[in-house]
Design a protein around this ligand. Structure first.
Ligand code: B12
Ligand code: SF4
Length: 484
């Protein structure tokens, strides 16, 4: 059967210069939109051959360039990935799509899932439907219905305007039970040479090994979106994906970006065993500080793992308890000690501005990170109440949300007013934390050597020479970070 519908998935052009600047500065993290890749792969698997993904963010496309692309491709359906900070970018892209005659425009992702009604209303008719939650199978049904000229009344997981201009919320779609049933994300539709992970000077990709999380940290968009039911992919299927990345796409670096990579030691061990069979692949993973002991970290290092991204959040136990992180300062310290023993690089992710925060707690946390944890990299962000989370609801109910412009919800703007510290001070303290952490001669040298080492390990002398400028780059990046 030949399907005629032309489908475009979009990461919209962004005005979020601050975020882009920051991503490209020190952490150099630009990952492919895997969610769109999964949806596109399911459509292709079901016979839709005219599917494209346009990642305007990584390609640096302006709204004009995107409009030109639309004129040339002339799609029937445009589906736009929507996070909270790029919500207005999304609406602008929806408007452009409508102006160019696209008949159906839909949004999906974290933000419209949490705010379906508001997302539709603020689009003023430019958005026809919103997909809530995991969308691989609901998009498939939706597009099949478009192809057959049927309506959307029976499609689970969507909200839309009916003929009377009322918003209808269909029942939610069930979470995908067995993630191994999904095809690999359609990376062949993406500019894979453009993505960089944590300062890698060579192309890299993200990989998702599980969905959902049984913990319930009150600020977390991921657990709010995917729910408490943790669903892993099998180690064999993940190894198959890594093999594909290595052999077909010639990638040598991957980051496992699911937030709960580490829940089961047995599974990680199986995965590490499978990955050990694949030569020349370097990887990193996100983790909680209570997951993984020295034995596991050592095994991971042997299997090519170079960096663990640890969600530390705060160095203050009262704050950790309040956000329900369910980790202790002792556990965190032990984790970083073990990582050092296993020669594993660490990135400590900290977030300032949860209730209870003061200038002094921030100073204490940063000093503790530097003097006790001593990670290779650190990420200092501002606690942001994302719609859909308990943190958002609490802050909203208590009138503490002082910023309602979603484009500011990018982890660098103070959104809430706390009693212990002003919003201006929070911003100043974040800049101070970056300067304090990175502008130490030891750190600059360490990170420069680290980048050179990766280049040598993966691409040899040619890349080593090419990277001769990294020392200067490290310092320039610092200027960018602290000028925000
Ligand atoms: C990798 C990653 C990135 C990458 C790439 C993002 C991308 N283009 O996909 C980069 C580094 C660029 C990035 C940037 C940012 N990110 Co980010 N990122 C992630 C991360 C770790 C993984 C995303 C992923 O691949 N998920 C796996 C896939 C399978 O799932 P998915 O993307 O959710 O897609 C599914 C559904 O959401 C839905 N869906 C998604 N899009 C669409 C579109 C349509 C049309 C439809 C129908 C369905 C649909 O269907 C998909 C399949 O089921 C998530 C956390 C997480 N674990 O998910 C954070 C996360 C998405 N990021 C987040 C944030 C805050 C940011 C930044 C603001 C951070 C910053 N300051 O740098 C920026 C914002 C960029 C911008 N333009 O606005 C938040 C979003 C919160 C929110 N409510 O908006 C998350 C949830 C992290 C968190 N814990 O809070 N990010
Ligand atoms: S922050 Fe991590 S551990 Fe906590 S709920 Fe979110 S995904 Fe789970």
């Amino acid at each position: 059967m030949v399907f005629r519908v032309k489908i475009l998935f979009l990461v919209p052009p962004t005005k979020q210069k601050e975020v882009t600047k920051y991503q490209l500065a020190f952490l150099n993290f630009t990952a492919p939109p895997l969610g769109l890749g999964y949806i596109a792969a399911v459509l292709e698997e079901n016979g839709f051959s005219n599917v494209r993904i346009l990642d305007c963010s990584v390609l640096g496309y302006s709204p004009q360039a995107y409009r030109k692309y639309l004129k040339q491709f002339n799609p029937d359906f445009v589906g736009i990935q929507t996070l909270t900070p790029n919500f207005y970018d999304t609406l602008e892209s929806a408007q452009i799509a409508k102006e160019e005659g696209v008949s159906t425009v839909a949004l999906g992702g974290y933000h419209p899932t949490a705010m379906p009604m508001e997302s539709l209303q603020l689009s003023h008719g430019k958005v026809d439907a919103v997909f809530r939650g995991e969308a691989e199978y609901s998009v498939l049904e939706f597009i099949q219905n478009i192809e057959k000229g049927l309506d959307w009344t029976n499609i689970k997981g969507i909200s839309y305007f009916n003929k009377e201009n009322q918003v209808i919320h269909n029942d939610s779609a069930p979470p995908i039970k067995n993630l191994d049933d999904l095809p690999l994300p359609a990376r062949h539709l993406l500019p894979m040479d453009k993505y960089r992970i944590f300062g890698s000077s060579f192309p890299a990709t993200s990989v998702i090994t599980s969905r959902g999380c049984p913990f319930s940290c009150d600020f977390c968009s991921v657990s709010a979106f995917y729910g408490a039911n943790w669903r892993p992919r099998s180690p064999e299927k993940i190894a198959e994906e890594i093999q594909y990345l290595r052999e077909v796409l010639d990638l040598k670096a991957a980051a496992f970006v699911d937030d709960l990579f580490f829940i089961s030691r047995k599974r990680v061990k199986r995965l590490v065993r499978a990955l050990s069979q694949i030569k020349d692949i370097y990887w990193g993973a996100t983790t909680r500080a209570d997951a993984g002991n020295l034995e596991l970290l050592t095994l991971m290092r042997k299997a090519g793992c170079r960096l663990v991204f640890v969600g530390v959040e705060s160095g203050n136990q009262v704050i950790l308890d309040q956000i329900r992180k369910q980790t202790s300062i002792n556990q965190v310290e032990r984790y970083f000690d073990n990582a050092k023993k296993a020669h594993m690089d660490t990135l400590a992710s900290l977030s300032f501005g949860f209730p209870g925060e003061t200038k002094q707690t921030i100073i204490n946390t940063v000093n503790w990170v530097i003097n006790r944890l001593d990670p290779e990299l650190a990420l200092f962000t501002l606690a942001t109440p994302y719609p859909g989370t308990e943190f958002y609801q609490d802050m909203l109910n208590s009138g503490k949300i002082k910023e309602h412009d979603y484009s500011k919800y990018n982890l660098f703007h103070p959104i809430t007013e706390l009693t212990g510290i002003s919003r201006e001070e929070m911003k100043t303290m974040t800049k101070w934390a970056y300067k304090r952490f990175y502008l130490r001669p030891k750190k600059i040298m360490q990170n420069t050597l680290r980048e050179l080492r990766y280049s040598m390990e993966s691409y040899g002398f040619r890349q080593f020479l090419y990277n001769g400028s990294v020392f200067a780059k490290g310092i320039i990046n610092m200027k960018i970070l602290t000028s925000m």
